[in-house]
Design a protein around this ligand. Structure first.
Ligand SMILES: Cc1ncc(COP(=O)(O)O)c(C=O)c1O
Length: 568
């Protein structure tokens, strides 16, 4: 819509702001536009006429004055669709990120307050807050306590050929995801990422492995394009190891991937269609949740207790939901650290077999047991082809090298290889060859022994520090391996709200909302301890303990001061 009106400064309820004299001209005509293409076209046209190539324009009111124009830019209201599969908070996120990316909201501009916007749109305030959090984690806005949220970046509008990226990206608006892991905090303590410590990387041993690979006769071949199934010597090594562990059935095969994350992605691509139901743990690893949600799958969350996913509830989900796939983590589940006992493993396998549903056993952490006996994987050579086993070198060696694998029925592995070829041709062969050399030389076993010792110390430190520093009434899991434990703070503490305070004290963790499928406890949070030294763990938990205890004290004394309700 573009309208020329007279010299009025008040039209359709929009007040034109103070008169402009950027170029010292009088204003006689006002143009109202309600879409970005029109205003950009106007801007380009007028600037060309003025012999200028750029001009900072404000999204709400744009002033051009030499030819007596006002262009009022009306920021569009979000068009929300309650019947869409995309949750409302993600639609709001797409709306605002689009406005920012297309330059319709400029750096420094204030977003409406959550309460105000929720009122205008008839939404719950937490929905708006979730959208703002997503915008903040994407770097679009920054929140300032007590002042509101402001656009953090400037995306210049680029002219009349501007693509409507809001619309283009609408289909793939991301789910609520934790911020991607960055460099380790220099001074602070981050419990936020499930990864090994760089300080434990055996750099000399890896250097030796690299040099041996580069000096080998196979080096040129490694640098050539390879097979989507993986670097054949590594593939054979892993398959032989699986056979030696009695995991591979005669009709099984193996594909090398870029880690468990890609294995899950490829499985989603070949097994799922939008609308398919997938049974997952609740809480669950966010990388799985976001991935399958983006693929349009419907996640059926089954609660995770001290002994892993609850089998009775999983059976009920199989009976009532008729899912297409089940995904569980048998050892040291992320985020809870829980491990499925042997009996539950057998029960799970029987349930999957009886229901005729494939079971993905994600074993990203199985190599990291610090005490007790290793438990047999659910995947056994005797299984009739129901179990698909995912493993990875990420947690036990170097997550940056991105090498994992899938063991499962040959027909499935062949389809995964086709899908992998479409995705990225194949996993980087230098990483595969170096990790193979690292393993065959015995260096990986030596490194693992070191990791287990360091992991045991770190686990002991985090458990002792939780006992010592968390406020009374807190509960936490006691894993025997892996990288994570799960904390539930006493009511009414909200781990999401308290995170900002922890950040101000240079400590970080991930609140439970990132892991929730359909059950959310605001007091829950994940502590990833493996990347920190015992001293850092104690220091970080002492800080968190003080924050949590002070807040608990404050809420309790506030509650005590509230007048008792009248007895009527
Ligand atoms: C449960 C789970 N699955 C998969 C992954 C991704 O692992 P990878 O680095 O092998 O892709 C992680 C990483 O944190 C994880 O915790």
């Amino acid at each position: 819509m573009e309208k020329s009106v007279g010299q009025d400064t008040d039209f359709f309820g929009v007040k034109a702001v103070e008169s402009a004299d950027l170029f010292g001209a009088t204003i006689k005509v006002i143009h109202i536009v309600d879409n970005i293409t029109q205003i950009v076209a106007l801007v380009k046209y007028r600037l060309a006429a003025l012999g200028q190539s750029s001009h900072p324009f404000h999204p709400k009111v744009f002033k051009l004055t030499t030819q007596l124009w006002y262009a009022v830019f009306v920021v569009p209201q979000p068009q929300l669709d309650a019947s869409s599969a995309l949750p409302i908070y993600r639609q709001l996120y797409a709306h605002f990120s689009g406005l920012i990316q297309t330059g319709q909201m400029a750096k420094g501009e204030r977003l409406p307050a959550t309460r105000e916007l929720a009122g205008t749109l008839g939404l719950n305030r937490t929905t708006v807050a979730a959208a703002y959090e997503l915008l903040e984690s994407g770097g679009f806005i920054t929140g300032q306590v007590g002042r509101g949220s402001f656009v953090a970046v400037q995306h210049p509008a680029t002219g009349s050929h501007l693509l409507d990226w809001t619309d283009m990206l609408q289909r793939s608006a991301p789910a609520l995801q934790p911020p991607a892991p960055g460099p380790q905090l220099r001074e602070g303590v981050s419990f936020a990422t499930s990864r090994p410590s760089e300080q434990l990387f055996p750099l000399d041993a890896l250097r030796a492995s690299c040099e041996e690979v580069m000096a080998g006769s196979d080096f040129a071949h490694i640098l050539q394009l390879g097979s989507p199934s993986g670097y054949e010597p590594l593939r054979r090594y892993l398959l032989d190891a699986a056979r030696a562990e009695n995991l591979a059935a005669p009709d099984d095969d193996l594909i090398v991937t870029n880690g468990c994350q890609q294995s899950l992605d490829l499985l989603g691509r070949v097994l799922l269609r939008p609308g398919d139901k997938v049974v997952v743990e609740d809480p669950v690893y966010p990388g799985l949740k976001s991935l399958f949600q983006a693929a349009g799958a419907q996640l059926i969350g089954v609660p995770v207790g001290a002994d892993g996913v609850e089998i009775d509830q999983l059976q009920a989900a199989l009976d009532h939901e008729r899912p297409r796939l089940i995904v569980v983590t048998s050892n040291f589940q992320n985020p809870t650290g829980a491990t499925l006992p042997v009996g539950a493993r057998s029960a799970l396998l029987r349930a999957a077999q009886a229901a005729g549903v494939p079971l993905v056993e994600n074993d990203a952490y199985g190599d990291l047991r610090y005490s007790g006996e290793d438990l047999p994987p659910i995947k056994q050579s005797t299984d009739a082809g129901h179990v698909i086993l995912l493993r990875s070198f990420s947690k036990i060696t170097f997550p940056g090298l991105r090498v994992g694998w899938v063991l499962g029925p040959r027909a499935l592995i062949a389809r995964l290889a086709q899908s992998k070829q479409l995705a990225d041709l194949h996993t980087d062969q230098l990483s595969q060859a170096v990790l193979l050399r690292f393993a065959e030389s015995g260096r990986m076993a030596a490194h693992r022994a070191h990791m287990l010792q360091a992991g045991a110390e770190r686990l002991a430190a985090v458990l002792a520090a939780c006992d010592r520093y968390l406020p009374a009434g807190s509960r936490f899991t006691r894993p025997r391996g892996g990288m994570n434990l799960w904390v539930r703070l006493p009511e009414p503490l909200d781990a999401g709200e308290l995170l900002a305070r922890a950040h101000r004290e240079n400590v970080s963790y991930l609140p439970g909302k990132y892991f929730a499928v359909s059950r959310f406890d605001p007091g829950s949070l994940r502590l990833s301890f493996a990347g920190l030294t015992p001293d850092e763990i104690r220091k970080g938990l002492a800080t968190l303990g003080t924050i949590f205890s002070n807040e608990l004290e404050r809420t309790r004394s506030n509650a005590a001061m509230e007048p008792a309700p009248a007895m009527v």
